[in-house]
Design a protein around this ligand. Sequence first.
Ligand SMILES: NC(=O)c1ccc[n+]([C@@H]2O[C@H](COP(=O)([O-])OP(=O)(O)OC[C@H]3O[C@@H](n4cnc5c(N)ncnc54)[C@H](OP(=O)(O)O)[C@@H]3O)[C@@H](O)[C@H]2O)c1
Length: 303
Amino acid sequence: MSLKNILITGASGLIGTRLTELLLAEGHRVTHLGRNHRSGSAKTFLWDVDKNQFDRHALEGTEVIVHLAGAGVADKPWTDERKWEILKSRTQSTQLLFNELQKGGHQVKTFVSASAIGYYGFENNEKVYSENDTPGNDFLANVVRQWEAEIDRIQELGIRVVKVRIGIVLSEKAGALKEMSKPIKYFAGSPLGSGEQYISWIHLDDIVSIFIKAIQDEKMTGAYNGSGPYPVTNRELTKAIAQTLHKPLFLPAVPAFALKMLLGEMANLVLKGSKVSSEKIQQAGFKFQFDTLEKALADLLTR
Ligand SMILES: NC(=O)c1ccc[n+]([C@@H]2O[C@H](COP(=O)([O-])OP(=O)(O)OC[C@H]3O[C@@H](n4cnc5c(N)ncnc54)[C@H](OP(=O)(O)O)[C@@H]3O)[C@@H](O)[C@H]2O)c1
């Protein structure tokens, strides 16, 4: 394993925080590119995507960029303004990186970017999506398609580009598992909508390990799904969380119309899903530490 100088955008988030910890533990030099200074284990350089500002000192010595920045998809209601923020925080941030890299005078050889399985669209069908499938047509699929188009341009600069289409990341700290566990702990958990929608999930440590493999493995280029080998339905995940927490589930499923009234179009995040294949990343030699839901939940909920 060769030690690298790695710059991470959006590093203060769920994936970036754990990725920083593991890269530093392996002996790499890690710096961050963020919107604010933060005290912590890595020096932060600043950028402002709206103002097109970028501290070029961030590129000094940098060999690898890991691009994770993006406004949280589930953080706020999907008003037109928020939808624009979700899109531009990904496309314009990638354009800004492209423009700065195009100026030259740097040693960046590898660009590993977050993408999302939302690329395929959430259609609630039995199809298993692989990397060669075409993009879907809902709001998130359109965001991810445009984001990936910007990421792909970075290859024109002679830089190796890997796009990790991330699934639903399971962590006790944030995201889907934290939100689903809360009501279950208070005896108010239940499946959502039909409960039959697929959740293509991955343990936080496995997605971070995929990023580390993509940084190191020069054979990897293009898109890889970053979700585990065994997607489950919303009902199965809800039941498994309740079993792991030793809590009963007795309430009926929350009806889809109620969620649509409450969340509008954003309800699709929980009412729809997709079944995504992990074959390509496994063919590349990646071994999941937490392949089954049982192992992942035991690790995350009973530590
Ligand atoms: N977690 C998942 O389940 C999941 C699934 C699919 C795809 N992804 C994608 O993977 C990436 C990382 O995921 P994550 O869960 O670590 O995300 P996260 O916790 O929401 O962190 C994203 C980071 O992006 C930066 N950011 C937020 N709003 C921004 C804006 N308007 N402009 C520029 N930067 C902004 C922030 O970093 P600073 O404050 O340091 O700038 C933030 O900490 C995201 O792009 C996400 O869409 C995640």
